[in-house]
Design a protein around this ligand. Structure first.
Ligand code: NAD
Ligand code: TYD
Length: 357
């Protein structure tokens, strides 16, 4: 079995659903259920015996040690993090706690567990750390895309905390021999993404007829990858990645933000026309994000040549599926926006943590 952290968040929940759809190996899912964790992402596997959910904190080393001793996973896939740049600007402390301290505690628990294994299990064990392209910093318009050998130049509290966690993971490999793998992926989009990030936020606001806030001049560039492609890439790295290596994952899909927002407006106008007219009228330029990175671009040739991974979705197919998903799951979005998705956490857990459900 495998242990996933952060498996009630956007990418983690997609990964758990995808994992169970593609094989029989059970998953223990450790998630604190912060505002970003949503059990409604996992309803499709609610009765699935292969999924064990534990509400708990990756900073709680004793809890992680107990889960490892009890379930004896062959791998830890570490998704749990604070993940939103704007939140990291308003409150960086939680990012240092979860992303840096949390990764440290997890590494230490993993190291103790790994040391206790027999030779065969030790050789097979993997700690896969899920990280971001934002650790590399910002590119100029003509700069080559990020390769794995590029130095880290993080500019936001979020990316700095992720860069720190990447360094810890690297050090645990070089110093202690812990069998680690790191992935650095570009911006994901798809089902179950919390509507604070660009794409779901714009879909939701456009449907509600609200202004669409574009930061600065709207010409900041991101590389976009459909979330299921990220999940497939992580599975490939887990299966065949070389120990201690990092793999960049990207969609070969660089786009300025304004183009993304206009594209969403056009798709919504086509799939759910509004009597008030085209949604582009809602686009509103707002004050820029402080320290806003201008451009990210991923050179994903290493994972392609070593592991044979390429994205299955183009941006055109992926964004169409995503808009369709949000149109078909308005109930999910409404419960996230109203906060109703948190009721289950309060009812079921209160202050209780660390127990399997
Ligand atoms: P998310 O914010 O949607 O989900 C994070 C999950 O972690 C939530 O379920 C939350 O409850 C959980 N969590 C937070 N603190 C925790 C703690 N202390 N203990 C246990 N669980 C905790 O994030 P996401 O977008 O799914 O990102 C997942 C990972 O992928 C992150 O490590 C992020 O840095 C990385 N990443 C994200 C993107 C992206 O575009 N979203 C791109 C590249 C890499
Ligand atoms: P975001 O989804 O927050 O991801 P990240 O900052 O990690 O890349 O933002 C993607 C891009 O969209 C980024 O350049 C900031 C911009 N953006 C807006 O213009 N308006 C918004 O309301 C948001 C949330 C983001």
């Amino acid at each position: 079995m495998i242990l996933v952290t952060g498996g009630a968040g956007f990418i983690g929940s997609n990964f758990v659903l995808d994992w169970l759809a593609n094989g029989d190996e059970p998953v223990v899912n450790l998630d604190l259920l912060t505002y970003a964790g949503n059990m409604e992402n996992l309803v499709a596997i609610g009765q699935d015996k292969r999924h064990t959910f534990v509400r708990g904190d990756i900073c709680d080393r004793a809890l992680v040690a107990r889960l490892l001793a009890e379930h004896r996973p062959r791998a830890i896939l570490h998704f749990a993090a604070e993940s939103h740049v704007d939140r990291s600007i308003l409150g960086p402390g939680e990012f240092v706690r979860t992303n840096v301290q949390g990764t440290f505690e997890l590494l230490e628990a993993a190291r103790a567990y790994w040391n206790s294994l027999d030779a065969g299990a030790r050789a097979a064990f993997r700690f896969l750390h899920v990280s971001t392209d934002e650790v590399y910093g910002s590119l100029g318009p003509a700069d080559p895309a990020f390769t794995e050998t590029r130095g880290f130049e993080p500019n936001s509290p979020y990316s700095a905390s992720k860069a720190a966690s990447d360094h810890l993971v690297r050090a645990w490999f070089h110093t202690y021999g812990l069998p680690v793998l790191t992935t650095n992926c570009s911006n994901n989009y798809g089902p179950f993404q919390f509507p604070e990030k660009l794409i779901p936020l714009m879909i939701q606001r456009a449907l509600a007829g609200e202004p669409l806030p574009v930061y600065g001049d709207g010409l900041n560039v991101r590389d976009w990858l459909y979330v299921t492609d990220h999940c497939t890439a992580i599975r490939r790295v887990l299966e065949s990645g070389r120990l201690g290596e990092t793999y960049n994952i990207g969609g070969w899909n660089e786009k300025p933000n304004i183009e993304i927002v206009r594209g969403i407006c056009a798709l919504l106008d086509e799939m759910a026309p509004s009597p008030a007219g085209p949604r582009e009228r809602l686009i509103t330029y707002v004050k820029d994000r402080p320290g806003h990175d201008r451009r990210y671009a991923i050179d994903a040739r290493k994972i392609e040549s070593e592991l044979g991974w390429r994205p299955a979705e183009s941006f055109e197919t992926g964004i169409r599926k995503t808009v369709r998903w949000y149109l078909d799951h308005r109930h999910w979005s409404e419960r996230v926006t109203s906060g109703a998705y948190r009721d289950w956490v309060r009812e079921n857990y209160g202050d209780r943590q660390g127990e399997a459900t």
